[in-house]
Design a protein around this ligand. Sequence first.
Ligand SMILES: NCc1[nH]cc(CCC(=O)O)c1CC(=O)O
Length: 309
Amino acid sequence: MTDTPILRLGTRQSPLAMVQAEEARRRLCEAHGWDESAVELVPVVASGDKIQDRPLAEIGGKALWTKELDAWLAEDRIDAAVHSMKDVETIRPDSLHIAAILPRADRRDVLIGADSIAAIPTGAVIGTSAPRRAAQMLHHRPDLKIVTFRGNVATRLGKLEAGEADVTLLAAAGLERLGQEGIGTPLACDHWLPAPAQGAIGLECRSDAARTIALLEAINHAPSQAEVLAERALLAGLGGTCHSPIAVLATADGARIIISATLFSPDGTERTDGKITVDADDLGTVTAFAEDLLAKAGPATQAVFGPPA
Ligand SMILES: NCc1[nH]cc(CCC(=O)O)c1CC(=O)O
């Protein structure tokens, strides 16, 4: 085996991002019969990791997680970038291509600090910076208070420990990947839907890099890809971003995808539910479904979505 790297994989530096990049490397090496040295992990500091004390919406949104990796791809300093698909902007530049989605992990949210939503004490403080989690929680429990909780998984657990909030919500996938799956209570998807693409890892490269695309496609997991594409199509159809209070779950079932979605107003008072089964290769129906949901939604919900992308 050669010790010259065949593929340079860019990743954020958080512990979770590094574990995800290692998973991508392991799968690539297994698929191609390479030894580990064939894939070089290149940690890049994302602006979202530098500024941790303000809500994402204030400091520029999702591009904060991808901006540096996008630039490194454009400059050919890396061949591919590993992303938590949940953090990737709804619309990507044509110059980039998401070539592989890894088998999706547990997509549920985990409640930490209380055994159930009903068991949270009256007036308790919820630490989250996700508008979806805040709206969803306020919908069930309008008595609760929301405080901004950013930072990586360990930082947020530390803030909870320090008493900055009574309860927080984290993705089961992230906790699992960090070996912390014992923490908290997972919330069942029939009551509490996750964020678009939660639990999915994607590999993105330059659209003109045919050789890299072929190498990455070898580790694509088609059902997970179908789900992620459907959830992202819904978000796009709603004109949504990471600041949008949208909860959705797409479940691939052969050639069909079952999509359940809920829109909220930011304060949780309005809620709009929908469910549809679509053909995996006809995501146009998802756009129509998004338009239907928006048309049914209340004014405070409509105000934070659209116009459709
Ligand atoms: N926004 C931060 C983020 N991006 C991806 C994950 C978890 C892993 C995943 O959803 O794939 C998390 C942390 C969290 O929401 O708990």
